[in-house]
Design a protein around this ligand. Structure first.
Ligand code: F0G
Length: 332
C-alpha cells in the first residue's frame, strides 16, 4: 500500500494522532542516476530527484498534504492561494480530497493551459488577476488575513515543513549528503524548505538555487515571479543564487529529455543549467526536477521537431525512420 508522506515522516512533521491525514500518495519520488549527463559535465555522480511523479505532477504536493491536513484540523472553511499554476493544481486536488473549497488566484494570460484545466477540473474556483503573480499573492494574503481562508502558499509554514521531506528522502537513499543540492528558484519557498531540512539534519551541504535571469518575462511561467517572497530567508540560508537565461533553460530542458528520457516543464530544468555550465562544485550532485512537462506543453510544441506525415506503407515508414536517425546523427 502507498505510504502517505505524513506517515513516512510523521516524527519530523507538525502533526499529531488527531490530525486528519489528507493524502494522494505524495512523496517517495524516484531518485534517478543520470550517467550520460554526468559524463557530459565530467562528474562522477549526478542524481535527479524526479518530483514530477508526485500526484498532481509537481513537488508542491509534499507541502500541500501537510498544509491541507492542518487546515482541516484547524476547522478551515476554505483554502486559498496565488499561483503560477502548480500550487493551484495541488491546492485544488488536496482541497477536493479534504472536502474543502479551494480558491486560486492566477495571473491572467501567464499560466500554462493544462495547469488551469487541472485546477478547474478539480473543482477549484479559479480567479484570474489582471496583473502579475506578485499582485495575485498580495491580494490573496490580504484575504487570508481576514481569517476565513487558509493561505496555502509557501508562506504557510506547514507547506515548507512538507517540502523539506525531499531532502530527507535524498539523504536517506544516498546513505548521506551529496556535495550539493541544486534546484530552481521562483519565490524561494522550496529553497527555504531544503535549508530547514539541512539544519534539522545538522548538515552544511551547499544549496544552489537557480532563478530566471529575466524574472518578469521568462518563458518558464512557473518561475515568472518578480519579487521572491522568501528572498531574505534564501539569503539567510546561505544558498548560492545563480541565474539562467531562457536559451540556457531550453538547452538544459531538451538535454534532460533527449539524454535521460525525462520530460519536465522548462522551469524545472533551471538547476540543471548551473550543473551543465560547470558552476557547481562536487562529484556527487543532486538536481531537483520540480514539475512535469505535460503541465506546460506549449513550449515543447513550439520547439520540438514536428511529426512527419507518411502514408500507411511499411517502406515509407522505414524510410522516414531512417531519415530521422540520419538527422539525429548529424545533430549529435
Ligand atoms: N518549479 C516549479 C515547477 C514551480 O511551479 C515553482 C513555483 C518553482 C519551481 C519555484 O519554486 O517558488 O519554491 O522557489 N511555483 C509556484 C506556483 C510559484 O504558484 O506554482 P519556489
Amino acid at each position: 500500500m502507498t505510504v502517505p508522506l505524513i506517515e513516512r515522516f510523521r516524527d519530523r512533521l507538525p502533526v499529531s494522532r488527531s490530525t486528519p491525514v489528507v493524502s494522494l500518495g505524495e512523496g517517495s519520488t524516484p531518485l534517478l542516476r543520470a550517467d550520460r549527463l554526468a559524463d557530459a559535465v565530467g562528474i562522477r555522480e549526478l542524481w535527479l530527484k524526479w518530483e514530477a511523479s508526485n500526484p498532481t505532477g509537481s513537488y508542491k504536493d509534499r507541502g500541500m498534504t501537510v498544509a491541507v491536513s492542518k487546515a482541516l484540523e484547524q476547522g478551515a472553511e476554505a483554502v486559498l492561494c496565488a499561483s503560477t499554476g502548480n500550487t493551484a493544481g495541488s491546492a485544488a486536488a488536496y482541497a477536493a480530497r479534504a472536502g474543502l473549497p479551494a480558491l486560486v488566484r492566477t495571473p491572467h494570460g501567464a499560466v500554462a493551459g493544462a495547469k488551469l484545466a487541472q485546477s478547474r477540473m478539480l473543482g477549484a474556483t479559479v480567479l484570474e488577476v489582471e496583473g502579475s503573480f506578485d499582485d495575485a499573492l498580495r491580494a490573496a494574503q490580504e484575504l487570508a488575513d481576514r481569517g476565513s481562508h487558509v493561505l496555502v502558499n509557501s508562506l504557510n509554514p506547514h507547506r515548507r515543513e512538507g517540502q523539506k521531506t525531499a531532502v530527507l528522502e535524498i539523504v536517506e537513499e544516498l546513505g548521506g549528503a551529496p556535495d550539493a543540492f541544486v534546484l530552481p528558484y521562483g519565490g524561494g519557498g522550496n529553497t527555504s524548505s531544503y535549508a530547514q531540512a539541512l539544519t534539522e539534519l545538522g548538515l552544511e551541504t551547499p544549496l544552489v538555487s537557480v532563478e530566471a535571469a529575466d524574472r518578469r518575462e521568462t518563458l518558464a511561467t512557473a518561475i515568472r515571479i518578480g519579487d521572491p517572497v522568501h528572498a531574505a530567508s534564501v539569503r539567510a540560508a546561505g544558498a548560492r543564487v545563480l541565474e539562467a537565461g531562457d536559451d540556457e533553460l531550453v538547452r538544459a530542458w531538451r538535454a534532460l529529455a533527449e539524454e535521460e528520457g525525462l520530460f519536465c516543464e522548462p522551469s524545472s530544468a533551471a538547476g540543471l543549467v548551473a550543473v551543465l555550465r560547470g558552476d557547481v562544485d562536487g562529484d556527487r550532485l543532486v538536481v531537483t526536477i520540480t514539475g512535469h512537462g505535460l503541465k506546460d506543453p506549449a513550449v515543447a510544441d513550439r520547439l520540438a521537431p514536428p511529426p512527419t506525415l507518411v502514408v500507411a506503407d511499411p517502406d515509407a515508414i522505414a524510410e522516414a525512420g531512417a531519415a530521422g536517425r540520419r538527422k539525429q546523427e548529424r545533430t549529435a
